[in-house]
Design a protein around this ligand. Structure first.
Ligand code: 5AD
Ligand code: SF4
Length: 508
């Protein structure tokens, strides 16, 4: 060992020795705390800055973030990547050699959680080869007590666990993890304030996600989200509008506005009645070709919003409207707070205002004690609405939610068989919706080459239909007209017609 190496190893030892001066960072989650909804006002902060002590922490180090679950998580990953880059870390595509690996997890169903536990097993192997690797678990699973206990007991190669409310603490958590010999656990069960100026390393340059609100107060009886994401907090309109304007100026073509329950937007503003309809009415005037939003709750979908959406322009005629079930009894025990009739009335209103609207939905089958008749009501409602696509799930009990305590008499085989039958109806309606495009010319936002062939481009229509067509790579990022010549079960095949002229882009 030469002098330089000896000094370096001494420095590492010294750094490790610091750990005894640090108290163990250990703030574990509590679902009971997470359930509480306080009256405290939400503070809006604009003061995020990387503390000097952390600058350069990532020099000569790489990071890798694996994201599970919804678009909210994808967007959180962009924020964490932004923080990593400000700390000097470099992104790597190769998880095996990364210096820091984060799993940004999803808790919505058991299957999602099992994938993460499987991955943690794999990471053990990489860490054996590369003992300096830091492994972190963040996102929704970290907010669950049972998960954190399991990680503490079974996955001791994990170095840090942090939750959805303290992403901005990533620099501190990393530093603690480098110093401490024990697992750093920092999960806040109560939501924090809204921090506006977090850095973001966006994954794409064509489409961007913009948060409009955080959390959910609906407490549907099956759902873990109100516990993992905290109470409803809306961002101020001016901040959202400013962010969308900046993205438009940077050349982004499509914005997805995000929230767990976007229709509750503004309900937490004590000083105004500003709601989602008002926000969409302002965003509609921004010079950007496409605006979408997700996810809607039928209960708060008001007339003003429908009127605004009916003006179209950059507001696309596609609405994702989760219904969950077509049975009033099941909707009641799900605590969805609407009936089948109310849902159908809402659909009628939307269709009257936007006749060419494409509606898609989420459905859960095999809810505790769901009968065959109740399931048939779901199939019937699906047909009555004529949804163009659906995400369908078998009910998965989530510890801590009211439904998890319900006695369930529906055997697994019956649940699977119902899902199968529902999926057949979904496939039939999706295929019919796609067939109706045959011969039509549609507007496609070109996103890149198709997964299988380099000379085939892929993009989406305003109604979110995937279109493949032959074309030059220069078209990527542009809005083009494509004539549909064939339909597959999940996509359309077309021929390039022309680039959409600037004057024809439906902006406002
Ligand atoms: N089991 C099955 N599906 C669920 N979802 C939410 N919680 C559960 C659960 N416990 C579904 C709902 C929701 C979508 C995001 O996930 O359909 O709309
Ligand atoms: Fe979960 Fe959506 Fe219900 Fe909120 S509205 S509890 S996120 S299903």
């Amino acid at each position: 060992m030469n002098e330089e190496q000896r000094l370096a190893s001494q420095q590492v030892k010294q750094e490790k020795d610091y750990s005894k001066y640090f108290e163990r960072v250990f703030t574990a989650p509590s679902l009971k705390e997470a359930k509480k909804r306080g009256k405290e006002e939400i503070k809006y902060n604009n003061d995020f800055a990387i503390d000097e002590q952390f600058l350069g922490m990532g020099n000569d180090r790489t990071f890798y973030i694996r994201t599970y679950g919804c678009q909210m998580n994808e967007h959180d990953t962009e924020v964490m990547a932004g923080i990593f880059m400000e700390l000097g870390y470099t992104p790597t595509e190769n998880i095996e050699v990364a210096d820091v690996v984060l799993l940004n997890t999803c808790a919505i169903r058991e299957g999602a959680e099992n994938k993460v536990f499987g991955e943690l097993g794999f990471l053990m192997k990489y860490k054996r080869k590369n003992p300096e690797m830091l492994i972190g678990v963040c996102g929704c699973m970290s907010q669950e007590e049972a998960v954190v206990n399991k990680i503490l007991k079974t996955y001791q190669h994990v170095d840090m666990v942090f939750g959805t409310h303290n992403i901005h603490r990533l620099p501190n958590i990393l530093k603690e993890a480098y110093m401490s010999k024990e697992m750093v656990v920092e999960v806040w069960s109560k939501e924090g304030d809204i921090i506006e100026n977090l850095p973001k390393q966006r994954l794409g340059s064509i489409k961007a996600w913009v948060n409009i609100m955080y959390g959910c107060d609906k407490f549907c009886t099956y759902c873990i989200v109100p516990y993992t994401r905290g109470k409803e907090r809306s961002r101020r309109p001016q901040e959202i509008i400013q962010e969308v304007r900046e993205l438009a100026a940077q050349g982004y073509k499509e914005i997805m506005l995000l929230g767990q329950n976007v229709n509750a937007y503004g309900k937490d503003f004590e000083d105004s009645n500003y709601r989602l309809g008002d926000l969409m009415d302002e965003i509609r005037k921004i010079d950007i070709p496409r605006i979408r939003f997700t996810t809607s709750h039928p209960r708060d979908f008001d007339n003003h919003l429908i009127e605004v959406l009916a003006q179209k322009g950059n507001l696309v005629e596609h609405i994702h409207l989760p219904v969950q079930s077509g049975s009033n009894e099941i909707l009641k025990i799900m605590a969805r707070k609407y009936t089948r009739e109310h849902f159908l009335q809402l659909v009628d209103k939307i269709k009257a205002a936007i006749p060419d609207v494409a509606l898609t939905t989420d459905i859960i089958v095999g809810y505790p004690n769901e009968t065959e008749e109740q399931f048939q009501e779901t199939l019937d409602l699906y047909r009555q609405v004529g949804f163009e696509m659906a995400f369908t799930y078998i009910y998965s009990p989530r510890e801590g939610t009211p439904a998890a305590k319900m006695v369930d008499n529906v055997p697994d085989e019956v649940k699977k068989e119902r899902l199968h039958r529902l999926n057949a109806v979904v496939a039939e309606y999706s295929a019919n919706a796609l067939k109706s495009y045959q011969g039509q010319v549609v507007e496609v936002l070109v996103e890149g080459s198709s997964k299988r062939r380099d000379d085939v481009l892929a993009g989406y229509t305003r109604k979110n239909k995937l279109v493949n067509f032959a074309g030059s790579k220069e078209l990527v990022g542009q809005l083009v007209k494509v004539k549909i010549i064939d339909t597959k079960s999940h996509s359309l095949v077309g021929e390039f017609v022309e680039v959409v002229k600037e004057a024809e882009v439906q902006r406002s």
